[in-house]
Design a protein around this ligand. Structure first.
Ligand SMILES: [Ca+2]
Ligand SMILES: [Ca+2]
Ligand SMILES: [Ca+2]
Length: 147
């Protein structure tokens, strides 16, 4: 039986479970809004903190875990007023795309059949129209979707 984590969280945040540092043990990723918005990576074995990421003005949505740059290691991708990709092993920020109108969870897949994955999110544009945009996972290059 595992002890509960010391991290206090809003129970509405959905955790993500994955092995983010390739050690064969799963971690638990969860966003927290408690005076300061943060994303926590907790060791699944005992709930201790592996790393934390201080978010911006918005609460982190449930993250996706995927190798988005093809280096064989997974990244942690989440939205919180923008889209961010963190290195799974230590939470280092790999890239960030700021947009004030992003409220959706990210979706990850190879949308143009080039063998590399893209990250897609829904957002409001300057005229508050709902849009979707996609970023190349490797280098955050935006792709035109024609919608
Ligand atoms: Ca692990
Ligand atoms: Ca990677
Ligand atoms: Ca692709």
């Amino acid at each position: 039986m595992c002890m509960p984590s010391e991290v206090q969280m809003d129970p509405h945040y959905t955790p993500t479970i994955a092995d983010i540092n390739n050690d064969g043990n799963v971690e638990i990723l969860v966003g927290v809004s408690d005076f300061q918005d943060k994303l926590f990576a907790l060791r699944g074995s005992d709930g201790s903190i592996l790393w934390t990421y201080d978010s911006s003005l918005c609460s982190p949505n449930p993250p996706m875990v995927e190798d988005i740059n093809g280096d064989g290691n997974v990244e942690v991708v989440f939205s919180e007023c923008g889209v961010k990709a963190l290195r799974g092993t230590d939470g280092f920020l790999i890239w960030s795309s700021y947009s004030g109108g992003i409220f959706s969870l990210p979706a990850i897949g190879d949308i143009n059949n080039d063998g590399m994955v893209e990250v897609a999110v829904g957002y409001y544009d300057l005229y508050y129209r709902g849009r979707v945009f996609a970023l190349r996972g490797m280098d955050i290059h935006p792709l035109r979707l024609g919608i």
